[in-house]
Write a protein that binds this ligand. Structure first.
Ligand SMILES: Nc1ncnc2c1ncn2[C@@H]1O[C@H](COP(=O)(O)OP(=O)(O)OP(=O)(O)O)[C@@H](O)[C@H]1O
Length: 267
């Protein structure tokens, strides 16, 4: 294999190929299948942000969760850094998951109220048995600084922070295991509009400085335009359109994307 071919392959952090997900729905007597993701193919390069947009129920979250191994697709393959993650055993997948982290809309609600900021950021490293206690302490401080939480706050508890600050804590916890791929699922939707821009700017700065690959799920087209290099539009589980953010926003190919853009007042 030529060197340039090798580089192109390594450059792909996430590769979804013909991924479908069917959920069984209904009760004991009337069972049916719901196709949440329908034959979707998508790739994310190193240092690239791919925005996933579409109306509620179009399959964005399901595809995001499939991308980091939280949901197993019914068919298709998911490669992260060249590795088919569903070909891994349970323990191997657990270890591999370090490379892929998810930031949820309500991540901050799941922070343990009995832990200090220092402990909350150290927790993912402790659970994975990574680093010495001293090193975890130092790393947690650096991570708090990276998400712009003051050193003086390291002893405070989750409930003492605002919504935006709690989402910064979740971001720091997501970064603690040095991931290469982040799936951010509506990460600012639960925040006040005034706080959203600051958290988005932080996320973008971190993504750029760490050269992270990211899937950014949002129903807000303006937010997606700000964050993304590439945009994929989902409708009924199908990818209707996938192109550079510039092209998709300036020249949407599908009528559905045009409707989405027209109904987005903040653009
Ligand atoms: N565990 C599940 N069991 C059954 N159906 C599910 C399950 N998870 C998702 N679905 C269905 O799959 C479809 C896609 O859901 P998904 O949450 O991925 O969409 P979404 O685009 O992220 O929506 P939203 O913006 O509202 O979060 C929906 O019709 C949803 O009801």
């Amino acid at each position: 294999m030529k060197t340039d071919q090798l580089e192109t392959q390594n450059d792909l952090v996430l590769e979804l190929t013909n991924v479908s997900k069917e959920f069984k729905v209904g009760g004991m007597f009337k069972r049916s299948k719901h196709v949440a993701v329908d034959n979707a193919s998508l790739s994310v390069k190193r240092n690239q942000v791919v925005g996933l947009v579409g109306e509620s129920g179009s399959g964005k979250s399901t595809l995001g969760r499939i991308s980091i191994g939280l949901i197993k697709p019914t068919s298709g393959s998911v490669r992260v850094l060249g590795q088919d993650i569903f070909a891994l055993g349970k323990d191997e997948l657990r270890l591999y998951r370090r490379k892929m982290q998810m930031i949820f809309q309500d991540s901050s609600n799941s922070l343990n109220p009995r832990m200090s900021l220092q402990e909350l950021i150290e927790e993912p490293m402790r659970v994975q048995n990574l680093y010495s206690a001293e090193e975890r302490r130092i790393r947690a401080r650096a991570l708090a600084d990276e998400v712009q939480l003051a050193e003086g706050w390291l002893g405070r508890y989750a409930h003492e922070f605002s919504g935006g600050q709690r989402q910064r804590i979740s971001i720091a916890r997501g970064l603690a295991l040095e991931p290469e791929l982040i799936v951010a699922d509506e990460p600012v939707s639960a925040l006040d509009v005034s706080v959203q821009a600051r958290v988005l700017n932080l996320l973008k700065d971190i993504q750029e400085s760490r050269s992270l690959s990211m899937i950014f799920v949002s129903h807000d087209m303006a937010v997606v335009e700000f964050m993304s290099d590439q945009v994929a539009v989902l409708y009924n589980g199908k990818i209707m359109e996938n192109g550079s953010a510039e092209d998709v926003f300036a020249n949407p190919k599908s009528a559905y994307t045009r409707t989405l853009l027209d109904s987005s007042p903040s653009l």
